[in-house]
Design a protein around this ligand. Structure first.
Ligand code: F6P
Length: 366
């Protein structure tokens, strides 16, 4: 009987609970034992009561819940060799030989590193006398499967990450609220949204709410002209009778000298234009609330696919990341996806913004 563990790691996102539910139930359906690791990789390092065998009914109602009920963490111990050694021991002690990790690129990179080190970790546990040769013998191969849970939609190899659409919907709702008060007072609002180094949330929120202007890292603004351009565009909209001005700023927005463009910078320009301007930083409300239908669907389909992958993979196969491309649930090598995600940062550092945008799910604006 295959023993699969599921954990959520990194920043939480809407739909993580739906993903855990899908892994638990698909695992049980396919006659596996399924374990939830609580508190992300910390649970794997600490073991004990943080590793819990799950029953069908344990995840009842989870489809509709926000956040992650098994907890998440950005775990420092797992970045250290001793932490991964401890994690390997806890896996063997619990008889677990497959791990489904739902998290962002950092969490998935950690998972793949864990797999590549796995044989040497087992050897070390034996040589230190923590486990016997007999105990580790049945666990020579570790299967890792990645699910991308992140509001940022910043992972290559998938059109959408679990949580991105829910977060976008939350931003859309908040900007609609802001627009009402902005119009009443004839004010300008600079709305700062999350996304880390990725502009997907800002771009899509801006289009969905009819914002006047959007700043994203991948389409870096010209440092000598952006202020004037912003003024021209906003003044033009005002001249047409618009009573509110909305500028969406991605938290990672940059100019083409790679200098951050902050909400405060943008506000100052709008004030110069004579607009009564406020800044709203949406913050963690963007990660809150329940998952929208499309994220529940994505998490469920991908959770089931993750279990199927666990059952079908051979030791020679690379660890897969479960994604969605052109409406099909797909498996793609996890390492490749992480590598391609990193290419965006490289392109931005090299000021090759066309390349950066083409590597993102924002490429539809070209
Ligand atoms: O990666 C998800 C994310 O919400 C980013 O958009 C944001 O930059 C970051 O996490 C915030 O992290 P924390 O919750 O640790 O403040």
């Amino acid at each position: 009987k295959k023993k699969i563990a599921v954990l959520t790691s990194g920043g939480d996102s809407q739909g993580m609970c739906s993903a855990v539910r899908a892994v638990v139930r698909a695992g049980i359906f396919y006659d596996c034992d399924v374990f939830a690791i609580y508190e992300g990789y910390s649970g794997l390092v600490q073991g004990g009561s943080l590793i819990k065998k799950m029953q069908w009914q344990d995840v009842r109602g989870w489809l509709a819940l926000g956040g992650t009920l098994i907890g998440t963490a950005r775990c420092m111990e797992f970045r250290e060799k001793w932490g991964r050694l401890q994690a390997a021991k806890n896996m063997v002690v619990n008889g677990i030989d497959a791990l489904v990790v739902c998290g962002g690129d950092g969490s998935l990179t950690g998972a793949d590193l864990f797999r590549s080190e796995w044989p040497s970790l087992l050897e070390e546990l034996v040589s230190k006398g923590e486990l016997t040769k007999e105990e580790v013998a049945p666990y020579q191969n570790l299967t890792i499967v990645g699910l991308v849970g992140s509001i940022d939609n910043d992972m290559a190899g998938t059109d959408s990450t679990i949580g991105a659409n829910s977060s976008l919907e939350r931003i859309r709702e908040m900007v609609d609220y802001i627009d009402a008060t902005a119009t009443s007072h004839s004010r300008a609002f600079v709305v700062e949204v999350m996304g880390r180094h990725c502009g997907w949330l800002a771009l899509n929120a801006g289009i969905a709410t009819g914002a006047d202007y959007i700043f994203i890292p991948e389409r870096a603004a010209n440092p000598s002209t952006w202020k004037d351009e912003l003024k021209v565009v906003c003044a033009r909209h005002r001249a047409k009778g618009k009573r509110n001005t909305t500028v969406i700023v991605a938290e990672g927005a940059l100019d083409s000298d790679l200098k951050p463009i902050t909400s405060e910078d943008v506000k100052n320009v709008l004030v110069e234009l004579g607009l009564d301007t406020r800044i709203t930083t949406l913050g963690h409300v963007q990660r809150g609330g329940v998952a929208v239908a499309s994220d529940r669907l994505l998490a469920t389909l991908q959770g089931v696919e993750a279990v199927k992958a666990v059952l079908e993979l051979t030791p020679a196969d690379p660890s897969p990341l479960i994604g969605i491309l052109e409406n099909k649930i797909i498996r793609t090598p996890l390492v490749e996806a992480v590598k391609n995600t990193k290419l965006v940062a490289t392109a931005i550092a090299a000021k090759d913004f066309d390349k950066a945008i083409s590597l993102r799910n924002t490429d539809f604006i070209e």
